[in-house]
Design a binder for this molecule. Structure first.
Ligand SMILES: *[C@@H]1O[C@H](CO)[C@@H](O)[C@H](O)[C@H]1NC(C)=O
Ligand SMILES: *[C@@H]1O[C@H](CO)[C@@H](O)[C@H](O)[C@H]1NC(C)=O
Length: 197
């Protein structure tokens, strides 16, 4: 047993002399390999330790990786989503409604928590699709953030579905909150732009 280990060790040492050569070969072949395998990661930018992928998904990646973002969610129908001090969720046309200032935080890959800064309630979708403000963070508050083809974001419950259909945060054309069961990804009532504040 002992002897076998020794022999093995010795043979490993003898291979070490080849190591520099192997490394050189590996390094020289790397750029080409990367380019072929990951066309979108061709020119990564490093900001602190986070690699921001440059290419088609740059915006998506930024959204998902941002730590805490202070934003307003501006709907396709031009309402600012607000969560008031009673935990009610609806929209406002006012540009200076303090209840429309939100904090969007990444809690997992592609999953965010959205908290009303003035009300301290989390944007939540209940099991039966009700859009409401939750006092405490819980599974109802886990929202799957995705960028749609028109550049707007959708926020779907990461936990609950209506059968096989996802349930989204939505405001109707009058600025009232929509039940998740009535929402669809393709409907602009579920489309929001995060706006810096
Ligand atoms: C890098 O990290 C520091 C400290 O965490 C932070 O203050 C700074 O804004 C970060 N810079 C970038 C480019 O993200
Ligand atoms: C949103 O709710 C508040 C508080 O109940 C109400 O005053 C306001 O009119 C509502 N906005 C809309 C667009 O329905």
């Amino acid at each position: 047993m002992w002897k076998w280990k020794l022999t093995k060790g010795a043979s490993a040492w003898s291979h070490l002399s080849l190591l520099p050569l192997l490394l050189a070969l590996l390094v020289s072949s790397l750029p080409a390999a990367c380019r072929d395998a990951h066309p979108l990661t061709r020119s990564p930018q490093v900001t602190n330790s986070t690699v921001v992928v440059v290419g088609r998904h740059v915006r998506s990646y930024n959204h998902l990786q941002g730590d805490v973002r202070r934003r307003k969610l501006f709907s396709f129908q031009k309402f600012f989503l607000r969560i008031d001090k009673n935990g009610k969720v609806n929209g406002t046309k006012s540009r200076d409604d303090p209840f429309s200032v939100l904090e969007i935080k990444s809690v997992d890959v592609g999953i965010v928590a959205i908290r009303g800064l003035s009300s301290n309630y989390y944007l939540a979708i209940s099991k039966n699709g009700e859009l409401y403000g939750a006092r405490d963070f819980g599974i109802d508050c886990m929202l799957k953030e995705r960028i749609e083809e028109n550049g707007y974001n959708t926020y779907a419950s990461a936990e609950w579905r209506n059968g096989k259909k996802q349930m989204f945060v939505g405001l109707n054309a009058k600025g009232k909150s929509l039940r998740g069961k009535k929402t669809r990804r393709k409907n602009t009532a579920t489309h929001f732009l995060p706006i810096m504040v």
